[in-house]
Design a protein around this ligand. Structure first.
Ligand SMILES: *[C@@H]1O[C@H](CO)[C@@H](O)[C@H](O)[C@H]1NC(C)=O
Ligand SMILES: *[C@@H]1O[C@H](CO)[C@@H](O)[C@H](O)[C@H]1NC(C)=O
Ligand SMILES: *[C@@H]1O[C@H](CO)[C@@H](O)[C@H](O)[C@H]1NC(C)=O
Ligand SMILES: *[C@@H]1O[C@H](CO)[C@@H](O)[C@H](O)[C@H]1NC(C)=O
Ligand SMILES: *[C@@H]1O[C@H](CO)[C@@H](O)[C@H](O)[C@H]1NC(C)=O
Ligand SMILES: *[C@@H]1O[C@H](CO)[C@@H](O)[C@H](O)[C@H]1NC(C)=O
Ligand SMILES: *[C@@H]1O[C@H](CO)[C@@H](O)[C@H](O)[C@H]1NC(C)=O
Length: 445
């Protein structure tokens, strides 16, 4: 008890370790330029912590919570958050979730607030649809991803918040997504499936995110229309992309116009047998720019970095820098597709051609690969400024005959094996692709 009633900064940071997310539906992390509590200002690459110490704390059981795995705790969670929200401007608060299985529907977070899960606490997503409110689609998407109209609110939801921490001593948040997946497969859902967590203003750090590799659309993390986001030291097993960077869908995303930019992804380990370690798109209609990915490990994945877009998406994916990828057993290392399709409706603008430009990969070692790259731009609108250097791609016993299939692209290469396509002009050895060494503007946390 002592540990959570008076959490001191260091203790809490020590336990800011792993939240295990089992059977997740999806995780969407949204970060906008929301102001946050000013604890300290550091270089963007060095800001670490969120200050977890809070003046007030309470346990879920204080609000009638029952951790028997059967009783619904939706009201208890919301009552707790409502109660604790009064301390937002007075030192903040912490809600402790004790050992137990805490079944709950969706609840909302509040500002200056820590949700802290004991290591033997499991938060279980309710399978009763009435426990999940229907909310409007994101304005940048225009409609739900699965169906017209609204979408189920996420299990843990927060909007317009400041200084929120979800942490614990390796507790578990289990969305129990399988019932949603079954309904999705059987076409029984009227609205779009919920995310596990949807929140504004986060650093995503030291998370383990697990979904069955056959579960539909279970991206690990979706930074969507986010500025100055950092995702680091995460281990993700996914039925879809491990990290999929997005910014809105066709005409809705173009109109909303909020790019994802200044995104850092580092020290990510991913298993994604049917999708990408890192995907950019396909919904990129607000633009994606200035992404830096480093120290990326992919195992048994379909592709390493994949750019997915289509005519109608508009805007751009540009200034992407990737350095240090280690890949083992992979269908394709590099994949770019300008014909991804998938439109919200027929009102997309056929003249909204996405511009894909300045995409850099260096220091890549891959083993047991079926095909090095498939790079397809949009006919008449090539993807340009592609640079690949210092990449050694070892092939599987039965590799594709054609290792580099390139159409409608332009760029350079240096020190890459197997020999890249002619559209990636060989610069000779010692011509490394760029990786900027400046850092992003500082972020206050
Ligand atoms: C909630 O807040 C009030 C103060 O406004 C307090 O008196 C009360 O005990 C709190 N806790 C619970 C469990 O209701
Ligand atoms: C949570 O917030 C959403 C969006 O603001 C709202 O629609 C919903 O009713 C809130 N839920 C509760 C329980 O207050
Ligand atoms: C966001 O929160 C701020 C401060 O709490 C408030 O002034 C503002 O009205 C909120 N905006 C929205 C869109 O809810
Ligand atoms: C956290 O929980 C996961 C899954 O329950 C387990 O594999 C892992 O070893 C735990 N980590 C720590 C540090 O206890
Ligand atoms: C080439 O990439 C490997 C693997 O990342 C790295 O160890 C090596 O230093 C790189 N070589 C150069 C010249 O950058
Ligand atoms: C190599 O990849 C193939 C699939 O192409 C897989 O079946 C095999 O197990 C992998 N081998 C190793 C040693 O990982
Ligand atoms: C190469 O890619 C094109 C599409 O850009 C496809 O039509 C063709 O079949 C591919 N060729 C091989 C050998 O994979």
């Amino acid at each position: 008890m002592e540990m959570w009633t008076t959490p001191r900064r260091n203790q809490v940071l020590q336990v800011l370790d792993t939240i295990v997310l089992l059977g997740i539906v999806l995780v969407l992390i949204k970060i906008n330029g929301v102001e946050s509590r000013k604890v300290r200002v550091l270089d963007a690459f060095d800001y670490s912590a969120i200050d977890c110490s809070r003046k007030y704390s309470a346990s879920l059981t204080d609000f009638g919570g029952v951790g028997d795995g059967v009783t619904s705790n939706t009201k208890a969670f919301q009552a707790a958050v409502d109660n604790l929200s009064q301390y937002a401007s007075d030192g903040g608060s912490l809600l402790f979730v004790p050992p137990g299985k805490w079944l709950t529907g969706s609840f909302n977070l509040t500002s200056h607030f820590t949700l802290y899960l004991h290591k033997d606490a499991s938060l279980l997503g309710s399978q009763d649809e009435s426990e999940w409110a229907i909310i409007d689609p994101l304005p940048s998407y225009g409609r739900g991803r699965d169906a017209d109209g609204g979408r189920y609110i996420s299990l843990i939801f927060g909007t317009n918040l400041t200084d929120v921490v979800i942490t614990g001593d390796n507790g578990t948040i289990d969305g129990q997504g399988v019932t949603w997946w079954d309904k999705f497969h059987k076409g029984k859902l009227k609205y779009t499936r919920p995310y596990l967590i949807e929140i504004i203003n986060v650093v995503v750090q030291r998370l383990t995110i697990l979904a069955p590799v056959t579960s539909p659309n279970t991206d690990g993390i979706n930074p969507d229309s986010c500025t100055n986001t950092r995702i680091e030291d995460c281990y993700i097993v996914s039925g879809d992309d491990c990290v999929a960077v997005k910014s809105g869908w066709d005409e809705y995303g173009i109109k909303f116009g909020m790019p994802t930019k200044q995104l850092v992804i580092r020290r990510l380990t991913c298993i994604s047998p049917f999708s990408a370690v890192i995907a950019l798109g396909s919904e990129m209609s607000g633009g994606i720019e200035d992404v830096r990915a480093e120290d990326i490990t992919g195992i048994n994945s379909e592709s390493a970095v994949r750019i997915k877009t289509a005519v109608g998406r508009g805007n751009y994916v540009k200034d992407i820098y990737v350095r240090g990828m280690t890949m083992k057993t992979m269908k394709m290392v590099f994949w770019m597709a300008g014909n991804y399709g998938s439109h919200p409706d027929n009102n997309y603008d056929p003249n909204a051609i996405p511009v894909i430009q300045n995409i850099n990969f260096r220091d890549v070692v891959a083993e047991n690969v079926t095909m090095a790259a498939r790079l397809e731009g949009i006919p008449g609108h090539p993807f340009t400024g592609i640079c690949i250097s210092n990449a050694t791609i070892g092939l599987t016993k039965k590799p594709k005959k054609i290792q580099w299939n390139c159409t409608e692209i332009a760029g350079v290469s240096s020190n890459v094996t197997p020999q890249p396509c002619n559209l990636l002009t060989d610069q000779g050895p010692e011509n490394a692709c760029k990786f900027p060494d400046d850092s992003f503007p500082s972020v206050e946390i």
